[in-house]
Design a protein around this ligand. Structure first.
Ligand code: FES
Length: 676
């Protein structure tokens, strides 16, 4: 026998190879995805495979015990030092001796599929832009003079088929010592972005470099900056961390930051420098948390709204504050990390910023689209990413629309009298008994409800300190369901509601949710002002969704996806009682968690994901809320709870809202229950 059949699973690729061909070579010739960093020298162990023995009628082959060459000393040495799962072989050492079936386990695949855990999530395939390659470079020869860099390039072409390679001056300065220290063998870290024709050398190590390569996926929000530290070969998240965006001191929301720039010469430079400094600090603290060297971070992917995008890049955002809201650049950007002053990571690291959809709809919305794939949906899906600004996407396979709506920070607990961020002691869940009008609630950090035994003891230390975003939504919705709040958003007085918890406050009323004053704690109320703030926020969100539905020509949607950290905590029923989202069956409202962050991680892990989102964004149609007269009309209607004109039949099947009115200046219905 001079040759034999080799069949690879799971790909099913097969071919005939000369006896003695290494499995790694066979895999390369067939285009089978089998990883290797050391190029077959038996030192990286990336090429592990599992042969199967016996008769396989499905493939029409019988695999004998000696179908592969014998276990060799290189494999034994690797197993002794690092361990190797029983049955595994190193693909570069095992040679074809007869017909054989070879399984390539996921960890040996470069383009491995990563199974995402959450219910709504789709799997994704790794396609890293940055990888390490081990090469042996020819030594210089006086008689055939050539540069060390040229011989390194020749080695990369010879051993890896990589033809187009560049290096910057800083790297060239390190090249000669590395080659000589490694005795002409080096590991180079190469990056090839999705638009690059060339591979850039980001780093070089003498000999074989064991260390993993890392990347940061950063969701740069107006309020917080969240980062995930990921391994670039398998996408695993080693650590996640967040810090407040220090730009808050220049303005809470986006437009106030744009105004700061307009009114203060050099304001944009100031904001750019504080946010860059915060990112650099976050990169070093997250590395410390994960116990890795920050210089092993070679890539950073950013998702952000357009104003954050410009301020990160050092571009004056003034144009974004006025029609026609022109972006300086809307397509994706690939840059040097150093251009963004990320001084704490590898100095040659690359940065990729997802494309923006339009002047008000940024790379964060693009990341949500990458993660949630509305463009692949069979049914009509509405995706809302709730933050200081709501990003809204509506669509299906045929068409996807997007807009953003200025909800303001009320949903995050800001502008609420007893509001606070989601932290221990914050009320997060609320129920109000429709008969007694008495509340019960739970707080973050304690799994008991406030009327359960042991609640007081369990919260004695941290106290009951305020209401967070999800808590205020539930509180307002529960007030409405208990008949303490009317459709127009007025809280009834004690005589109108029969509840002593409704106390006068100026010419309006407030509802006492928790009175901790006897224990030296706060009096936590929901005031008329709080209701107004929530009404404005939820009306903006709903009006944005309605505008997209108008544009799409649909009266209803099939599914609602709540994205964002906040979306993960919203109760669908309460959100619908408020009229934040259109009427759908409650089980069709799902939370997608931090979809923008997930999109950032996908773009970090995969060049093809970058291609995909760039293509998808080109086809997303942007709807501008700021200049659309119908937005105002929808907004006014949506200020009522749940809505002045739209009906909520699905909601009506699970909740009946009392028809009360507390408008004493109205046409005679003061404090009277109208129709039960
Ligand atoms: Fe590196 Fe086989 S390719 S050990």
């Amino acid at each position: 026998m001079t040759d034999a059949t080799v069949i690879f699973t799971p790909s099913g690729k097969r071919g005939r190879f000369a006896i003695g061909t290494p499995i790694l070579t066979a895999a390369r010739q067939l285009g089978v995805d089998l990883d290797s960093v050391c190029g077959g020298r038996g030192i990286c162990s990336k090429c592990q495979i599992t042969p199967s023995y016996g008769e396989f009628s499905k493939f029409g082959v019988t695999v004998d015990q000696d179908a592969l060459s014998e276990w060799n000393a290189v494999e034994q040495r690797y197993k002794d030092i690092r361990g190797l799962i029983d049955g595994r072989r190193l693909g570069c050492q095992a040679k074809v001796m007869g017909d054989v079936i070879v399984d390539v386990p996921p960890e040996s695949q470069v383009h491995k599929q990563v199974i995402r855990k959450s219910a709504s999530a789709r799997d994704m395939v790794m396609d890293p832009a940055t990888r390490a390659y081990f090469v042996t470079v020819e030594q210089p020869d006086m008689h055939e003079p050539s540069g060390d860099f040229e011989r390194l390039k020749a080695a990369l072409a010879r051993e890896w088929g990589i033809a187009d390679v560049t290096a910057d001056l800083a790297l060239l300065r390190r090249l000669q010592p590395a080659l000589r220290r490694g005795e002409w063998s080096v590991t180079v870290v190469l990056n090839k972005g999705n638009h690059d024709a060339t591979h850039r050398i980001l780093d070089i190590f003498p000999g074989f470099h064991e260390g993993a390569l890392y990347g940061l996926a950063i969701d740069l929000g107006s309020t917080t900056i969240a980062a995930h530290l990921c391994n670039l070969s398998d996408g695993a998240v080693l650590a996640s961390a967040g810090v407040m965006n220090p730009q808050i001191r220049f303005g809470e929301d986006l437009m106030s930051r744009v105004s700061y720039v307009m009114m203060n010469e050099g304001g944009d430079v100031e904001m750019t420098s504080v946010v860059r400094a915060a990112i650099a600090t976050l990169a070093s603290s997250i590395s410390a948390e994960a116990g890795i060297d920050p210089r092993a971070i070679y890539e950073v992917v950013f998702v952000c709204n357009p104003v954050m995008h410009h301020l990160l890049l050092g571009i004056d955002p003034v144009e974004l504050g006025q029609a026609p809201f022109a972006l300086a650049a809307s397509e994706s950007l690939s840059l040097d990390g150093a251009d963004l002053d990320i001084t704490t990571i590898n100095p040659a690291a690359r940065a990729y910023i997802l494309p923006c959809i339009a002047g008000h709809v940024g790379a964060d919305a693009a990341a949500v689209a990458l993660s949630e794939e509305p463009n692949k949906s069979n049914d009509m899906v509405l995706i809302v990413d709730v933050g200081t600004n709501a990003e809204i996407l509506l669509g299906n396979k045929t068409r996807v629309l997007a807009c953003s709506s200025p909800t303001g920070p009320a949903f995050e607990g800001a502008q609420i009298s007893s509001g606070q961020r989601a932290a221990p002691g914050a009320i997060e869940r609320v129920q109000i008994d429709p008969v007694t009008k008495e509340p019960r609630f739970s707080v973050i950090g304690c799994d008991k409800w406030s009327d359960e035994d042991g609640f007081a003891e369990a919260t004695a230390q941290m106290g009951v300190t305020g209401i967070c975003g999800s808590g205020i939504i539930e509180a307002v919705a529960e007030l409405r369901m208990a008949g303490l709040l009317d459709q127009g958003g007025l809280i009834g007085g004690p005589d109108q509601t029969g509840s002593a918890r409704c106390i006068p406050e100026g010419r309006t009323h407030a509802y006492i949710l928790h009175d901790g004053t006897a224990q030296g704690g706060p009096l936590i109320t929901v005031t008329q002002g709080d209701i107004r703030a929530i009404q404005l926020a939820k009306a903006a969100l709903y009006a944005g969704a309605k505008l997209l539905m108008d544009e799409m020509g649909v009266e209803k949607v099939d599914r609602v996806v709540l994205a964002g950290a906040f979306g993960a905590h919203i109760s669908p029923k309460h959100a619908m009682v408020l009229g934040m989202i259109p009427d759908v069956p409650l089980d069709k409202v799902i939370s997608a968690g931090n979809a923008a962050g997930t999109g950032a991680r996908m773009a970090l892990a995969s060049n093809s994901a970058r291609d995909t989102i760039e293509e998808v964004v080109r086809h997303i149609h942007k709807v501008e809320t700021a200049i659309e007269p119908r937005f105002q009309e929808h907004f006014v209607n949506a200020s009522a709870i749940p809505n002045a004109v739209d009906t909520f039949p699905e909601l009506g099947m699970v909740v009946s809202l009392p028809d009360v009115s507390f408008n004493t200046s109205g046409a005679g219905s003061a404090g009277r229950r109208r129709r039960g």
